[in-house]
Design a protein around this ligand. Structure first.
Ligand code: KG4
Ligand code: ZN
Length: 395
């Protein structure tokens, strides 16, 4: 299938708490990538409030798209297609992006492309890989999507621009990013917790607190029931049940809570929460000022346990399925210790591992425009009656 080097795709993303718009040329060159974050809106609640998310998307969508076009030197009329996140995500939030994309496509008579948010996280890796001028990609690819809502392993194949995915592992309870967020909240550190823990962990001793393997446990065999918490359908039952590469991160969160209780850390946490209450995005110095050594050691040990588990399970799956390339995407993929551990361990296994640039790990619309490009080449467009799919599976 021919490539179209001059295909300009306008991507729109509104699945959670970031309103994003971007223009990407030929699925690889980012001409603009605008993200309006709602962190300040949700911060007082310690997590995303769906109604507030929809309201903020409504407020931001028009200026964000305008800005993305202007920065790219494009106009509504000059782009070749409009791509939008269909799911998974918050239904009300998704609908804002979808309604706007539909209106644009209808008024401008442009093709409309629906993109799975998780495929976006996977294709964000491709932006980096192409930008880096790397050669051919070797399939099968094993992709770990690790974010606030997902910890999923996919086997990916590509033929004539048709990407197909098979889910071979997912979280049984909390997603990895959710565990980072909940532990940070529990320790009075603010929201979102991942970037805060990432910065503080370097100042603690990761060997200080030992988390038992049983605290990051998961059931041995998948049972193929509907996974309602994630809202994502599971794969139909396979003929033979293979090895299980599922994750589970609610146990480690409980272990941190127990540590806090048994070591009498609650008064210090309350004081920390109060000290940070007036600071919207504290610097690492401000955070360090309110964290004692014991807390820093706990943070470092928690992050090490999370990273070791994510890397060990992913590499075990890579061996089992004899994959030739590893992708790691999603918000948690911007974690520095996760990156360095993956790089070191994958190299020992002779496996190339790719990440998105750190800024493209978290939610953005460039990844949506990038994932739309193979669909654009295949003319895989959607009709005006398509709608949001909050629990959309990736296949
Ligand atoms: O991909 P994303 O922006 O949104 C979802 O699709 O969920 O991921 C957000 C998640 C949050 O849980 C956030 O705490 C986590 O990614 N995160 C990190 C880091 N940066 C963001 N977790 C660990 N280390 C980081 N540096
Ligand atoms: Zn995401």
């Amino acid at each position: 299938m021919p490539i179209m080097p001059d295909a300009y795709i306008l991507g729109i993303e509104s699945s959670c708490d970031e309103t994003g718009a971007a223009v990407v040329r030929a699925g690889s060159e980012i001409l603009s990538n605008v993200v309006a974050s709602q962190i300040a809106t949700h911060q007082p609640y310690g997590g995303v409030v769906p109604e507030l998310a929809s309201r903020e998307h409504l407020r931001a969508i028009v200026p964000v798209v305008r800005q993305a076009l202007a920065e790219a030197g494009q106009t509504y009329a000059s782009v070749d297609a409009i791509a939008v996140t269909q799911g998974p995500g918050l239904a009300g939030a998704l609908l804002v992006g979808i309604s706007f994309a539909k209106a644009l496509a209808f008024a401008l008579d442009k093709p409309l492309i629906a993109v799975n948010h998780l495929e976006g996280h996977i294709h964000a890796v491709l932006l980096e890989q192409r930008l880096g001028g790397e050669g051919e990609l070797n399939f099968p690819v094993l992709a770990l999507v690790v974010s606030g809502g997902h910890t999923h392993l996919y086997l990916a194949e590509e033929r004539e621009n048709l990407w197909t995915y098979r889910n071979i592992g997912h979280t049984r309870d909390d997603a990895a990013g959710e565990a980072f967020d909940k532990v940070a909240k529990l320790l009075g550190l603010g929201y979102p917790g991942g970037p805060i823990i990432d910065r503080l962990a370097a100042h603690g001793d990761a060997q200080a607190v030992k988390f038992q393997a049983s605290q990051i446990k998961h059931r041995d065999r998948r049972d193929h029931r509907q996974d309602t918490r994630q809202g994502e359908e599971m794969q139909p039952p396979a003929q033979a049940v293979g090895p299980d590469f599922d994750f589970s991160y609610s146990g480690i969160k409980t272990a941190v809570l127990r540590y806090v209780e048994t070591h009498d850390l609650k008064p210090a946490i309350a004081a920390r929460r109060q000290a940070l209450a007036g600071i919207s995005s504290p610097t690492v110095e401000e955070l360090l000022k309110v964290c004692d050594r014991q807390t820093l050691n706990l943070i470092a040990s928690f992050q090490r346990a999370m990273v070791n588990d994510l890397v060990a399970k992913t590499l075990a799956a890579a061996r089992e399925y004899e994959v030739r390339t590893l992708f790691v995407g999603g918000g948690v993929a911007s974690n520095r210790e996760l990156r360095s551990t993956f790089e070191r361990e994958a190299a020992m296994q002779g496996l190339p591992v790719y990440f998105p640039p750190r800024a493209l790990s978290t939610d953005n619309a460039a990844m949506i425009a990038a994932a739309a490009y193979p669909k654009f080449l295949r003319r895989e467009f959607v009709a005006m009656d398509f709608s949001a799919d909050a629990g959309m599976a990736l296949r």
